[in-house]
Design a binder for this molecule. Structure first.
Ligand SMILES: Cc1ncc(COP(=O)(O)O)c(C=O)c1O
Length: 503
């Protein structure tokens, strides 16, 4: 049968249709809990920046695959052939998803997210160009795109961000270029986030690549947040300097919990040195005193039996995101962010962190804020206990960035704080942090309306709520009467016992 010709318009409508259908097909959208006031209500999940919910279709696809589950290294029997072919398909799908030229790039999996991959990339690039001792990162990085470079990559320098009315904005290419000029041939690579896990601010990664490559420096993109929110194009430009050298993302933030971390890298980087990890599956021949690493990608980068089942869910979810079209997803996301910011901005008591001028500084997926005079932990606890809204609070593994932005709302506390003590626990300072709301493709305006009316209640009844809480030894806000027991909702032993009973 001849494929029908799709115009960009019909593709987009088809994608939006699929998006509408998929939005209700996530596991955990109707999870209910009993709240502090005794009512039972469905959870509103606003913590997708930490981990997204499981896409139903991807889960069902992986369940079907289990009928054929077998080790991808077995090769010959029927199931092994199905596993191997599917596993290969996923690697190619990932390259298509981020528009990475298959001749130039390979994709491979490791760990459970970006963290393991970033450690690997830092070690690899250091070995590739040991004479270059500096790595540039920005001030908005997650610790997973900072500490691996400090430990393995070299001396890390944090490049300041653009400022708009004193609000931290995106990475500014002019500021970055000053650092590139200053340290020039000492810099091995620049590693930046595509989208901040604190503010949702989006960086122009291809524009940054162009500047970075002028200095013979490599560009790594941490796409832990970007992959599920923004279209990515690693290659295929007329101007090759816009290409991204290495990009990483996490399957558990891409609607496939339990899946591996993903690395997409230039094959030329990897084939120049022996892979960091060695073991089964990545060698052509092993002798007692010698071994020969295979030239084949991605095999040489994936020592040992991979997380096959996780990769299946990841491949399925990425395929669905691709079919919907990431442009469609970004458009919906931006609308929801704009709507939420407009609603939050109606309250003079609320401070949204980072540049809020969306035209100059586009955002997706995430907003962090505080309510004047209330600790982030208290607000997050009330949202959970009284309104069943799951949010994240504290510093989101981005201490330098959060601390810098807190100076807009907590200058006095920061000045008074004894940072001289290196062991100072952030948790012991209950004001040090923010409340973060974050969206997945299953969230909608209704969720935002419920959030806003809950925040409205909190602001209007601050004292009443405050009186219900104390701070425990860990520095966390705890309700004085309401006790939540996770065993009332899920116990693994009980679940297993019931499963065994019905055998
Ligand atoms: C921007 C960013 N980078 C890196 C990471 C680390 O990812 P993972 O926890 O999947 O290793 C996260 C996790 O929240 C993140 O948001």
């Amino acid at each position: 049968m001849k494929p029908t010709l799709l115009t960009p318009e019909t593709m987009s409508v088809k994608g939006l249709d699929l998006l509408k259908k998929i939005q209700d097909d996530f596991i955990g959208l109707d999870t209910k809990y009993k709240l502090a006031d005794g009512t039972i209500s469905p959870r509103i999940y606003l913590d997708s920046t930490a981990s997204t919910l499981m896409m139903g279709a991807a889960f069902r696809a992986s369940k079907k695959f289990l009928n054929h589950y077998s080790n991808t290294h077995s090769l010959l029997h029927f199931s092994a052939r199905i596993s191997t072919k599917t596993y290969e398909w996923i690697h190619n799908k990932i390259l298509d998803f981020v528009e990475a030229d298959k001749n130039e790039y390979t994709s491979f999996f490791m760990g459970s997210g970006v963290t393991a991959g970033m450690n690997r990339v830092a070690k690899t690039l250091k070995r590739l160009r040991p004479e270059r001792d500096i790595v540039l990162v920005s001030m908005m990085e997650h610790h997973s795109n900072d500490l691996p470079h400090r430990k393995h990559g070299g001396k890390v320098i944090h490049v300041p961000l653009e400022k708009n009315h004193q609000m931290a904005g995106k990475i500014n290419t002019q500021i970055l270029e000053k650092y590139l000029e200053k340290f020039s041939d000492r810099i091995n690579y620049v590693s930046i986030t595509g989208l901040s896990n604190v503010t949702g601010i989006i960086n122009s990664i291809n524009k940054i690549a162009k500047i970075v490559h002028k200095y013979n420096v490599y560009l790594i993109v941490d796409a832990a947040q970007m992959a599920a929110h923004v279209p990515i194009k690693m290659s295929g430009f007329n101007d090759k300097s816009k290409e991204i050298d290495v990009l990483l993302f996490s399957g558990h933030k891409t609607y496939a919990p339990g899946s591996p971390g993903v690395i997409i890298a230039r094959k030329s980087f990897l084939s120049a040195i022996e892979p960091e990890d060695v073991g089964g599956g990545m060698v052509d021949k092993v002798y007692p005193d010698n071994y020969f690493v295979t030239k084949k990608f991605p095999d040489r980068e994936e020592a040992g039996t991979p997380n096959i089942l996780g990769a299946i869910t990841l491949g399925a979810s990425v395929h669905i995101l691709d079919t919907i079209g990431m442009e469609n997803i970004l458009e919906e996301d931006k609308n929801l962010i704009q709507y939420t910011m407009n609603e939050l901005n109606k309250y003079k008591e609320i401070h949204i962190y980072g540049d809020t001028d969306i035209k100059n500084c586009p955002r997706a997926g995430t907003i962090s804020f505080n309510i004047n005079g209330m600790d982030h932990g208290l607000v997050a606890a009330i949202l959970n206990d009284y309104f069943n809204i799951a949010v994240r609070n504290e510093c989101f593994c981005a201490h330098p960035y959060v601390q810098e932005m807190l100076s807009a709302t907590h200058k006095k506390e920061l000045d008074d704080c004894e940072f001289k003590d290196n062991n100072l626990s952030w948790k012991m300072e209950p004001w040090m942090g923010m409340v973060r709301i974050s969206f997945g493709i299953y969230n909608n305006k209704r969720d935002v309306d419920i959030l806003i009316s809950s925040i409205d209640q909190i602001i209007k009844n601050k004292k009443k709520y405050q009186e219900q809480y104390c701070i425990d030894n860990n520095g966390d806000y705890k309700h004085i009467n309401f006790k939540f027991s996770s065993d009332d909702f899920f116990s693994l032993t009980e679940t297993i016992d019931n499963e065994i009973k019905i055998l």
